[in-house]
Unconditional design. Structure first.
Length: 497
């Protein structure tokens, strides 16, 4: 069996240690991969533990577009094979190419490339991957959910060539992950909770689900604690903590190291390289914006109001660009939601805590033009607002999942795992929204057993692991290798199934 891994940026190290564990503990021998980030590529080429049959680097493939001749016949044929249903979702997913973000800080947004250049970028990647899959013929394609042009092509072309696809995804239950064959939902959970309801009721997972739901309602906890107002600079004062001598000294040291690295790294000329001088410029611009602050734009929050809650999403992120590519303009969608509400009802909008320091005043001022909208300060947690709402409307946010656990009706606009629950209505057409809202407010039916069954199935199909820590925080390589074991065991079972 041959495994093709998406080795994306810093996840490349996790992916490599996973390959080592699969080889050592489960007898897998053949690996190949698609790599993002030149330093990750160089690490994989230099290590001696895994002999990859082929590794291709996105940054090298990208350079070919400059001399590539546009072949519309090739792209039209590709669109017939793997279009969604067109090829545009592949481009929309790429924050760097289409928005110049990740390499520049939000809210910077600039289209750097022409339409033809974007098509040629898509074309060179598709050709490189077609050659890769025809040569390697992997049985399995594995990685994290795609968030760029190349990674989306990698999975969809892999599936086109007959490989099974698996994505490791967080489950919205802290420190539990699962493998899904589709990045828009939890495939094993969907199948299990619909068909094995009676078996689930007799299993220990049912009691676990009942207990989890009871504890969550008594003392709700977010899935990722670091994204809450407690851990994010949600006030103007907090956004200027950097003037503290210790923090300021650490920040200056980090900036100095990145500037030195800039003149030494081979990544400096890559299309997605983060230039530290531009990074510093964006940081200064952000701090200048934050001097003014947004306190004067926030409204008071009265939990006794009749209101629908829309939590603003973190952006740019795959939750919008990949899972809801036609609803990435949040202001436009919020206007439509506000216009769809019953007379006398308010729309409460609250900022994502991690976005409070980045969002420009102009964004909020545009929202304030909507007469039946109340802008809730980001110092409130989502739980403070959700538990009092008549209805929660979200694109793909985890607040929708939390609302279902509280028994509050939800409307979603994107592809998300919790769409499978009876308490959630997926809105396919914007013109149907007023009717859906009126119906969900008038008939806030909630099926407790449905939610418990979903939680039970989720528990049985997932495994315990702090992947976020292993991926982003752990610096000890031996610990990384040790802590990857639960993922390796799950992969071995799924790949061979």
């Amino acid at each position: 069996m041959k495994c093709a891994f998406l080795l994306q940026r810093q996840f490349a190290y996790v992916g490599h240690y996973l390959a080592e564990t699969l080889k050592r503990d489960h007898g897998f021998e053949n690996f190949c991969g698609y790599v993002y980030l030149r330093s990750s590529f160089e690490f994989l080429k230099q290590q001696k533990d895994i002999s990859y049959t082929s590794l291709i680097l996105d940054q090298d493939i990208h350079e070919r577009y400059k001399t590539e001749k546009l072949d519309l016949d090739f792209l039209r044929d590709l669109e017939k094979k793997i279009g969604l249903p067109s090829l545009w979702p592949y481009l929309i997913a790429d924050r760097v190419m289409l928005q110049d973000q990740m390499i520049r800080e939000y809210p910077h947004e600039q289209l750097k490339y022409t339409h033809e250049e974007l098509l040629r970028m898509l074309q060179v990647r598709a050709k490189a991957m077609i050659e890769f899959f025809e040569r390697e013929r992997p049985d399995v394609v594995f990685g994290i959910p795609p968030g760029a042009l190349g990674s989306m092509l990698f999975f969809h072309l892999g599936k086109h060539y007959g490989a099974k696809t698996f994505f490791v995804v967080p489950t919205n239950v802290p420190n539990r992950y699962l493998l899904s064959e589709d990045y828009t939902t939890f495939t094993p959970v969907d199948a299990r909770f619909r068909t094995d309801r009676e078996k689930l009721k007799q299993s220990p997972s049912w009691a676990w689900a009942e207990n989890f739901l009871r504890e969550f309602r008594n003392k709700p906890k977010p899935n990722f604690e670091k994204t809450t107002p407690t851990h994010q600079p949600v006030t103007r004062t907090q956004q200027f903590k950097f003037v503290n001598p210790k923090i300021f000294g650490s920040r200056i040291s980090t900036i100095a190291k990145s500037l030195v690295r800039h003149f030494r790294t081979s990544e400096r000329n890559d299309y997605d390289y983060v230039n530290p001088f531009l990074q510093l410029l964006d940081l200064l611009k952000r701090k200048l914006r934050n001097i003014r602050g947004n306190d004067d734009l926030y409204d008071s929050f009265d939990p006794n109001d009749d209101f629908v809650f829309f939590p603003l999403h973190y952006e740019p992120e795959l939750s919008l660009l990949v899972l809801a590519p036609y609803y990435t303009d949040q202001i436009t969608l919020i206007r439509q939601i506000a216009r769809s509400l019953p007379v006398g009802m308010k729309l409460a909008v609250k900022e994502h805590p991690a976005m409070a320091q980045y969002r420009a005043r102009s964004f909020y001022k545009e929202l304030k033009k909507i007469p039946n909208l109340k802008l809730i300060p980001p110092t409130f947690t989502s739980f403070d607002v959700t538990t009092h709402a008549k209805l929660v409307v979200t694109i793909t946010g985890t607040v929708g999942w939390e609302a279902t656990l509280f028994g509050i009706p939800v409307i979603s606009f994107g592809h998300q795992n919790f769409n499978a629950l009876k308490n959630v209505t997926y809105c396919h057409e914007i013109e149907s929204l007023p009717k859906i809202i009126a119906d969900r407010i008038a008939n806030p039916s909630y099926d407790e057993e449905d939610t418990i069954a979903y939680l039970a199935a989720l528990y049985e199909e997932s495994f315990e692991m702090n992947l976020k820590h292993v991926w982003e925080e752990e610096t000890d390589q031996e610990r990384r290798k040790r802590d990857i074991t639960p993922l390796a065991d799950a992969c071995a079972r799924a790949f061979r199934a």
